[in-house]
Write a protein that binds this ligand. Sequence first.
Ligand code: AMP
Ligand code: ZN
Length: 471
Amino acid sequence: MYLYNSLSHKKELFTPNNPDLVKMYTCGPTVYHYAHIGNLRTYIMEDVLEKSLRYVGYNVKRVMNITDVGHLASDADTGEDKMLKGAKRENKTVMDIARFYTEAFKADCDKLNIKWPDVVEPATNCIDEYIHMVQTLLDNGKAYFVGGNVYFDTATLEKYYVFNDHDEEDLATGVRDGVEEDTNKKNKNDFVLWFTKSKFEDQALKWDSPWGVGYPGWHIECSCISMKHLGEDLDIHCGGIDNAFPHHTNEIAQSESYLGHKWCNYWFHVMHLNDESGKMSKSKGDFLTVSLLEKKGYDPMAYRFFCLQSHYRKNLVFSWENLDNAVQAYDKLIAKIAALKNQGEVEQDAFDQLKAKFLNAINGDLNTSVAVTALYDVLKAKCNDATKLALIADFDYVLSLNLIAAADALNKKQAEEEAANADPEIDALVAARTEAKKAKNWAEADRIRDELKARGIEIIDTPQGAKWRRV
Ligand code: AMP
Ligand code: ZN
């Protein structure tokens, strides 16, 4: 499988350290509010990545954190802890907020067919691990303690901006716009590993540490949680593109300084979903959630389909019109699948040929829009329906669009509607008309048609025979 690696800026053949187990880490949600559908685009594409790796034969262990402490309002280590903001907003404790929004996130993942990772670890579970890593970095001269906080010293690194070739000044002003500089820092990119002092003294969750009572920085949690469950060598680390800097950049700095060797080989970043105003944000009152889509009558599967129709390395613009188009396309797709009859034996040659296009799309840096085209090719192909249904089920392991289940549900609904409408007397009249036509008794056939019309029944002549419906 070829994947674009943000470290090398090119597509690379994916080769895990151990071919028997791919070690995958994904940055989890900050559980101070509902996830917006932009966040969920990232999780959908990470789900596609995990399932694609499994589809091509890898065993995968995937770990995700739940950020319930340490993520400050600005990613540059300033502002209030987001969790505390959430707790104040709802007049609840931080732990209540964390529990509630973790459950809400899980429910959203279920609705979008996003598999829950093998290990999901709340950041507050791993305080001992953070203290150990921070102490090791201090012992190795990679960190320093000043003004009550422990900072990572970026001057000890050969290269800090690992993901991009941008000018350092551009990057720094990009993220620090309007953010006050912390005068304790020796270098502008240094970041906090452990806080005991911040401008917000009312931090709710604090722990004892060798440097005083305090709490961990946000970046340290992903390094430690990953190493706790996946060891010292990680194959692939994922997140939305905004995580590349400073979060992932800082994760790499501290992890490799702690380990003394390269940590993670592949970095997978999903570009953003934006609304027409250019940004998807939780601070804008009624922000877009899965529940809001459902309230407006949208099936979460249509949103997943909308995401799959474009490549994860392209920005995607959300509008209701774009979503409506995806709904129409999804419903049409399901109707076509529902019309297939599971008869006959799977034709292996046709199966292999049609599967090859899908596999190529997946192997070519997760080209989900081409993978969806491969699905339409199946529907148009000359093979029998059994082969088509087998291919659709096979592709849906990765796409996870409920294709077969939704088609079955549609067939069941139609059968129920027909049963509810059934009327043996009208069936008998329609049959009598058919007989009259066969006997060329046109007058009688017309009389029956008129009688049915007067009763609000329309006859529809189809190649399969006459059918009727109420008008
Ligand atoms: P957060 O809960 O803020 O920590 O973000 C959770 C995930 O969503 C992270 O991987 C972010 O990079 C990602 N993310 C944030 N905003 C967007 C967006 N507009 N589109 C896609 N992914 C996003
Ligand atoms: Zn992270």
